[in-house]
Write a protein that binds this ligand. Structure first.
Ligand code: FAD
Ligand code: NAD
Length: 466
C-alpha cells in the first residue's frame, strides 16, 4: 500500500494549491480527484468558463452597440456563433486544467483518479477504474460544493438548469428566467442578455447582490435596468414548472400577490451547498455542522486531529482565492509554521460590466457594529479615462474610521474594478489611512485615480475633480 505524508481529497483551487504547497515543503503528497480533469468547480464549471463567456459576449456587445460610435464600421451582419463561443470556452478550460496536470508532475504529486472515501482516519479507499487504498498521516478535505436548489424545484438540466448547464447551452434563450440575483445569476444573466435573450431576475431579498454594500446593489440595479434587465426583488418563488419548452415560475411579491413569469429557460442560482457525498467522513471521526459543512476550528482542523478541511466545504465565503489561501495555510501548519489568513481582507468580485468589487466592512456592517466612520465617494464619470473608453457608470467608495482615518472598507463598481480592488487590499493589509492613499501618486489617466479621489474625499472633502 502506498503511504503519504499528506493526502488531499478534491483538486479544486483549494486542493491543488494545498498539494503544491505541501510538496514545496517536502511532504510526500497524493491528490485524489473523482473527475478525469483536475481543477474542480473553478476551472471546469465555474470561474474560468464563466469569465470566458463573459469576455466573448462583451466583445459581441461592443461590436453591435459601441463600434459605430468609436468610428469602426463593419459591413455585413454581426452574428453570434454560439457553438464556436462555447467551443472556445472549452479550449480555455482544457488549457487551464492541462496546466494543473503539468504542475502536479512538476511538483512530483501523485494523482489518483477516483472517489476518495475514508476507511478510517489514516486510510483512504479510492474507487475509480480500479479500487485502491492508500495510507496518509494527514488528510486535507477539499471536496468543494455543488449547486443548491429549492425543495420544490426539479432541475431537469435542459430547461430548468444550474450554472453547469448554463455554461454549455446549445441556443441563446429567448427569455431566461433567473432565480437568485446573486453572483452567478447576474454574471450568467448578463452573458445571455448580451447575446440577445430577454432576462428576468427574481430575487428573494430586497436587493440584488444582497451581501455586498447596499450602494453597490443600488448602482448595479440602475445600470442593469438601463441594460433592459427585468429585476424583481422581494419576490418569494413558490413553484417552477415546465410545460414543453416553456418554464413557468410563480412567486409572491412583497405585498403577497402572486406573480407569474414565463420563459423558455430558468437558471436556478440560489447558492451552493457543501459537498461531502461518498467521503464517508464519519468513519474517520470527522463531524459535519448543521449546514452539512465540515466542521473546523481556527486552524482548519476537523474533529479528527490529523484531518483538515478547506474551501467551499467549510464555513466562509465560497471563493476560489479563499480556498487557495486556506490550502496554503494548512500546508504550512502541517510543516510546523504559523501561517495566518485575514478573512476580512478576502475581496469579493462580480464580473459583470461594470465590474463590482469589495473588501473589508460594508456600511451596513459598520452601522451594525456602531463604528464611527466617514465616507469618501468618487464617480467614475468624472475621470478622463472613463470618458475615453465610454465606461461612465459606477463609483469608488472608501469607508474610513472617523477618528483614526484607517480604511475599513472599499467598495467599487466600474470598469476594471476586479483588478483595482487589489490596491485596496494592499492598503488595508498595511493598515493605511485614507490620507496615506490620497497622497500616493496614481498614474494618469487610469481608472485607479478614482481610488485616490475617493481617499481625498474621505479626508475632508478634498477630491479634486468633482
Ligand atoms: P471545488 O472547486 O468545488 O473542487 C472540489 C473538487 O473535489 C471537485 O473537483 C470534486 O470533483 C472533487 N471531489 C469531491 N468529492 C470527492 C471525493 N470524495 N473524492 C475525490 N474527489 C472529490 N469563485 C471566485 O473566486 N471567482 C469567480 O469568478 C468564481 N466564479 C464562479 C462561477 C461559477 C459559475 C461557479 C459555479 C463558481 C464560481 N466561483 C468563483 C466559486 C469557486 O468555483 C469555488 O469557490 C471554488 O471552486 C472552491 O474551491 P474548492 O477547492 O473548495 O472546491
Ligand atoms: P449567491 O449566494 O451569490 O446568490 C444567491 C442569491 O439567491 C442570493 O441573492 C439570495 O438572496 C437568492 N435566493 C436565495 N433563495 C432564493 C429564493 N428562494 N428565491 C429567490 N432568490 C433566492 O449564490 P450563487 O450566485 O448561486 O453563487 C454560489 C456561490 O458561488 C457564491 O457563494 C459565490 O461566492 C460563488 N461564485 C462566485 C463568483 C465570483 O466570485 N465572481 C461567481 C460565481 C459564483
Amino acid at each position: 500500500m502506498n503511504s503519504y505524508d499528506v493526502a488531499i481529497i478534491g483538486s479544486g483551487p483549494g486542493g491543488y494549491v494545498a498539494a503544491i504547497r505541501c510538496a514545496q515543503l517536502g511532504m510526500k503528497t497524493a491528490l485524489i480527484e473523482k473527475y478525469s480533469t483536475l481543477g474542480g468547480t473553478c476551472l471546469n464549471v465555474g470561474c474560468i468558463p464563466s469569465k470566458a463567456l463573459l469576455d466573448s459576449s462583451h466583445h459581441y456587445e461592443d461590436a453591435i452597440s459601441h463600434f459605430n460610435e468609436h468610428g469602426i464600421e463593419i459591413s455585413g451582419d454581426i452574428k453570434v456563433n454560439l457553438k464556436q463561443m462555447i467551443d472556445r470556452k472549452q479550449t480555455v478550460v482544457d488549457q487551464t486544467t492541462g496546466g494543473i496536470d503539468f504542475l502536479m508532475k512538476k511538483n512530483k504529486i501523485e494523482v489518483y483518479q477516483g472517489v476518495g472515501s475514508f476507511k478510517d482516519a489514516t486510510h483512504i479507499t479510492i474507487t475509480g477504474e480500479k479500487k485502491e487504498e492508500i495510507e496518509a498521516k494527514n488528510t486535507i478535505i477539499a471536496t468543494g460544493s455543488k449547486p443548491s436548489s429549492l425543495p420544490f424545484i426539479t432541475i431537469d438540466k435542459e430547461r430548468i438548469i444550474t450554472s453547469t448547464e448554463a455554461l454549455k447551452l446549445k441556443e441563446v434563450p429567448k427569455h431566461l428566467l433567473v432565480i437568485g440575483g446573486g453572483v452567478i445569476g447576474l454574471e450568467l444573466g448578463q452573458v445571455y442578455k448580451r447575446l440577445g435573450a430577454e432576462v428576468t431576475v427574481i430575487e428573494y431579498m430586497d436587493r440584488i447582490i444582497p451581501t455586498m454594500d447596499s450602494g453597490l446593489s443600488k448602482e448595479l440595479t440602475k445600470v442593469f435596468k438601463k441594460q433592459k434587465f427585468s429585476i424583481n426583488t422581494s419576490h418569494k418563488v413558490k413553484s417552477v414548472e415546465r410545460k414543453g419548452n416553456e418554464v413557468i415560475v410563480k412567486a409572491d411579491d412583497k405585498k403577497g400577490n402572486e406573480v407569474e413569469f414565463k420563459g423558455d429557460y430558468c437558471l436556478v442560482s440560489v447558492g451552493r451547498r457543501p459537498y461531502t457525498e461518498g467521503l464517508n467522513a464519519e468513519a474517520a471521526g470527522v463531524k459535519l455542522d448543521e449546514r452539512g459543512r465540515v466542521e473546523v476550528n481556527d486552524h482548519l482542523q476537523t474533529s479528527a486531529k490529523n484531518i483538515y478541511a478547506i474551501g467551499d466545504v467549510v464555513k466562509g465565503a465560497m471563493l476560489a482565492h479563499k480556498a487557495e489561501e486556506e490550502g496554503v495555510f494548512v500546508a504550512e501548519t502541517l510543516a510546523g509554521q504559523k501561517p495566518h489568513v485575514d478573512y476580512n481582507l478576502i475581496p469579493g468580485v462580480v464580473y459583470t460590466w461594470p465590474e463590482v468589487a469589495s473588501v473589508g466592512k460594508t456600511e451596513e456592517q459598520l452601522q451594525e457594529n456602531k463604528v464611527d466612520y466617514k465616507v469618501g465617494q468618487f464617480p467614475m464619470r468624472a475621470l478622463g479615462r472613463s470618458r475615453a473608453s465610454m465606461d461612465l457608470d459606477g463609483f469608488v467608495k472608501i469607508l474610513a474610521d472617523k477618528n483614526t482615518d484607517e480604511i475599513l472598507g472599499v467598495h467599487m463598481i466600474g470598469a476594471r474594478a476586479a483588478d483595482m480592488i487589489a490596491e485596496a487590499v494592499v492598503a488595508m493589509e498595511y493598515r493605511a489611512s485614507a490620507e496615506d492613499v490620497s497622497r500616493m501618486s496614481h498614474a494618469h489617466p487610469t481608472f485607479t485615480e478614482a481610488i485616490k479621489e475617493a481617499a481625498l474625499a474621505a479626508t475632508g472633502d478634498r477630491a479634486l475633480h468633482v
